[in-house]
Ligand binder design. Structure first.
Ligand code: AMP
Length: 216
């Protein structure tokens, strides 16, 4: 089964994606995580992507599409995929549809997480990420039991550089301009579910997991 999680920055799709991927036995493909790892490693792709990411802009389609195609060649992709933060443009959606078709696969369901802008800004400003394993926390809604350290690996929790207020505004604008239309693309294919993400984390997980399990 192949799922897509869409939604604006801060809506909580990464938290939900990690849990649903674990419970459903899917490979979690988060393009933001792949890009941050490339930046950290200082690869050619990472160096190219960094400027866009720091400015809150989208990394060019051809770069992201290539990373996704490479990711699909890994063994664990065979068990099914959960795309988190991809596709983010019409061109990415077309590329994903084409790549999956070549593999005799398709997107079974798209979950479009939605919440008001005020909620998104509050969630982003309190978000903390493990610098080592990328696990995600929130100072108010999902605090680590180990304070400033990651519960899973003990790594230091940091605020992502693009979660600072000036960049968040740019990311929300990019989302409205480039990404909101991707939902429309999938709505037409009849594989689309809008998810009210302005609820407690557990209520959202139960809703999404229930829908995903009914598909399998
Ligand atoms: P995220 O972790 O999904 O919020 O992504 C962080 C940043 O990585 C975004 O603001 C973009 O600069 C870049 N990025 C992640 N996924 C994509 C994508 N599918 N297309 C273009 N840029 C992306």
């Amino acid at each position: 089964m192949n799922l897509v999680f869409l939604g604006p920055p801060g809506v909580g799709k990464g938290t939900q994606a990690a849990q649903v991927a674990r419970e459903m036995g899917l490979a979690h493909v988060a393009t933001g995580d792949i890009l941050r790892a490339a930046v950290k490693e200082g690869t050619k792709t990472g160096l190219e992507a960094k400027g866009y990411m720091d400015a809150g802009k989208l990394v060019p389609d051809e770069v992201v599409n290539r990373l996704v195609r490479e990711r699909l060649e890994k063994k664990d992709a065979e068990k099914g995929l959960l795309f988190d933060g991809y596709p983010r443009t019409g061109a990415q959606a077309a590329s994903l549809d084409g790549t999956l078709k070549e593999l005799g696969r398709r997107v079974e369901m798209v979950f479009d997480f939605q919440a008001p802008d005020g909620v998104l800004v509050e969630r982003i400003s309190g978000r903390r990420t493990c610098g080592k394993c990328q696990a995600s926390y929130h100072v108010k809604f999902k605090a680590s039991s180990k304070g400033d350290a990651c519960e899973k690996c003990g790594g230091a929790l940091v605020q992502r550089s693009d979660d600072r207020p000036e960049t968040v505004k740019a990311r929300l604008e990019v989302y409205r301009k480039d990404t909101a239309g991707v939902g429309e693309h999938y709505r037409k294919t009849g594989t689309y579910a809008a998810i009210d993400a302005n609820r407690p984390i557990e209520a959202i997980s139960a809703d999404v997991l229930g829908r995903a399990k009914r598909l399998s």
